[in-house]
Design a protein around this ligand. Structure first.
Ligand SMILES: [Zn+2]
Length: 196
């Protein structure tokens, strides 16, 4: 989520509390996953790209902050808000509203290996792969399909694409106090347990 950050600072503490509460449920959801078919197209497309060694150093998780959406909708929104390269994220994972549940859409910035525009820190944007799950996880839960695809995508990027060590973070860890993204119901602790 790249808007409405400033007004929600007061929710940070609540969100951090909520993430630990959400962890128990998330662990069950994440266990027993298998590599989703949603990753096949990402892998096939990415194989054809030239990824510069050391290009990417961090993977950043987001929610959209909206109940519905997809890559095209967010692309239009970001262009209308002055982002000349459009969609700020490299990947968008659908929730079944305007794209498939767990579907991984590939953004133009990934295809062109452009920097992202997804955090309030230009140095991080330059080296940060942005993954956005559609939804407002302050209010709803990510779907099991979204979590499966998110995990599979991060694992794939870490193991098969970025050949150098890559850090994992969520948006509010990059910009504490400016955003609650990806929301208190996103299982941040479980993701850190998995990805470091
Ligand atoms: Zn965000």
């Amino acid at each position: 989520m790249i808007s409405k950050h400033n007004r929600r600072t007061f929710l940070i503490g609540l969100a951090l509390l909520g993430s630990s509460v959400a962890l128990r449920g998330a662990a069950k959801t994440i266990a027993g996953r298998s590599r989703p078919a949603a990753l096949d197209r990402v892998a096939a497309t990415t194989r054809a790209l030239t990824i510069v060694p050391d290009r990417w150093k961090i993977i950043v998780g987001h929610h959209s902050g909206t109940a519905v959406g997809n890559a095209a909708i967010f692309d239009r929104y970001h262009r209308s808000h002055g982002m000349e390269h459009g969609l700020a994220y490299h990947f968008v994972i659908g929730n079944g509203s305007r794209s498939g549940d767990g579907e991984i859409e590939i953004g133009g910035r990934w295809l062109k290996q452009f920097a992202g525009g997804h955090v309030h820190d230009e140095a991080v944007n330059q080296v940060g792969i942005g993954i956005c799950c559609v939804g407002n996880f302050e209010e709803t839960q990510p779907t099991p399909g979204q979590l499966r695809s998110f995990i599979a995508l991060v694992e794939y990027l870490k193991a098969d694409v970025v050949k150098t060590p890559v850090r994992f973070a969520v948006h509010r860890e990059i910009n504490p106090g400016r955003t609650v993204c990806p929301g208190r119901n996103f299982p941040i602790a479980a993701m850190h347990a998995r990805f470091g």
